[in-house]
Design a protein. Structure first.
Length: 138
């Protein structure tokens, strides 16, 4: 009986060690942050452009709270500014100005070529997504 138990422990230990090495990991697609990838924005060298705006509103168009950003890749050939305020939002069903945030880009004077901005947007309800905006400066 002792020999049987010893053999069983060795076999189970070997199986457990192999299982620990070869266990497949399944990652839910919901784990990854969704990404918004936009077509390139085209602008003049030294110019200023609105890259993106976002808001979080309730059905009655009242604000759900502030939307915040975390810049993951700052532009190399210009600068961005994030401005909170009340803006017209033509894409929204809300009329008039609603509270939101705008992301503006200013290209470095004299530079022509490409630039890229990547940031993560956080909404008041806890959702977030990545935004990738390529920029062509002419």
């Amino acid at each position: 009986m002792r020999l049987f138990l010893s053999t069983l422990i060795v076999i189970l230990g070997t199986v457990a060690a192999q299982a620990a090495i070869f266990v497949p990991v399944i990652v839910s697609p919901n784990f990854f942050t969704p990404a918004q990838i936009y077509p390139p924005k085209v602008m003049a060298s030294g110019g200023h452009i609105l890259l993106w705006q976002v808001w979080a509103v309730n059905r009655d168009c009242s604000s759900r709270g502030a939307v915040t950003f975390h810049v993951l890749k700052a532009p190399e050939h210009g600068s961005i500014t994030i401005t909170p305020g009340r803006f017209f939002a033509p894409e929204s069903r809300c009329r008039g100005r609603i509270f939101g945030q705008q992301v503006h880009y200013t290209a470095r004077a004299g530079y022509t070529g490409r630039d890229l901005v990547i940031f993560q947007t956080f909404f008041p309800a806890g959702r977030s997504f990545l935004t990738r905006i390529p920029i062509i400066i002419q």
